[in-house]
Design a protein around this ligand. Structure first.
Ligand code: NAP
Length: 242
């Protein structure tokens, strides 16, 4: 019997959940539990880590999972690596729905960096107004460049004091170019720091930076072990039916 584990937390995963529900298949949508109020889904939901590779292996067995779809964010490298290892060990087929990375085009002023520490280094220099558009997890590293005024956009209101001076906007994507252009103008942003997430839900800030002629410090994706990858929800559904 088909019983799907969908590793989620992204716009793409939400679309897969809708397709699974429409197809009348049994599936569980898994959230890490990073946000206070995760979006409701049309299939069963569970929240929280599995407990590493061993925990995920136990979960797959206990729940009789027949297929795993990894539709996590391209920067959720730990979860994706764990899924590769656990599925291989348990003989459960795995597919990743992975968005193509963004590529710099005409008018883009990107400084490409391999990781968060390199992004911090790339901000060395005189004070600027920085849109730090990387979510909440790794912002502490930017305390090493405290001369800047930062703008943060977070899903939840921060619960602890921030490690540097910052304006905070609480909002949940997807965002649009007009809105992101206005946001950057209102906050007189000089430079944007972004993860190369790919996809449509987060690209508005990149297009807005291009339109405003702003520099973007673009953080490359982390390495994830080899696994079958598809680009669309339709391909995920074809894989399930294959
Ligand atoms: P991560 O570093 O790869 O994962 C760290 C640990 O969190 C994993 O080992 C796992 O714990 C747990 N975890 C992560 N995703 C999970 C999921 N979907 N279901 C159950 N447990 C999960 O991941 P992350 O970068 O913190 O991202 C966490 C979640 O936020 C993911 O669902 C991702 O899709 C979403 N997200 C991430 C980003 C980003 O920039 N990283 C952006 C947007 C959305 P155990 O080892 O205990 O199983």
């Amino acid at each position: 019997m088909t019983r799907i584990l969908l590793l989620g937390g992204t716009t793409e995963a939400n679309l897969v959940a809708q397709a699974i529900a429409r197809a009348g298949l049994a599936g569980v949508y898994s959230y890490a539990g990073r946000t206070e109020a995760p979006m409701g889904q049309p299939i069963h939901m569970r929240v929280g880590g599995f407990g590493g590779v061993e925990g995920l292996r136990s979960y797959l067995k206990a729940e009789g999972i027949s297929h795993v779809i990894d539709a996590t964010h391209p920067f959720a490298a730990q979860m994706s690596s764990n899924a590769v290892a656990a599925c291989a060990a348990e003989g459960v087929p795995l597919v990743a729905l992975e968005r193509a990375p963004w590529v710099a085009g005409e008018g883009d002023k990107w400084t490409q960096v391999p990781d968060i520490p390199a992004a911090v280094t790339a901000l060395a220099g005189p004070p600027q107004r920085v849109f730090l558009a990387i979510g909440r997890q790794h912002i502490d590293a930017f305390a090493a460049q405290p001369q800047h005024m930062y703008l943060l956009r977070l899903v939840d209101e921060p619960t602890a004091p921030l490690p540097f001076p910052a304006d905070v906007v609480v909002a949940r994507g997807p965002f649009d170019v007009a809105g992101d252009t206005a946001l950057m103008q209102d906050h007189r942003i000089d430079v944007v720091v972004a993860k190369n997430a790919g996809g449509k839900g987060a690209v508005a800030k990149i297009a807005a930076a291009r339109a405003l002629g702003l520099r973007v410090v673009m953080i490359d994706r982390p390495m994830i072990p080899a696994r079958p990858v598809v680009r669309t929800v339709a391909e995920v559904m074809a894989w399930l039916n294959g």
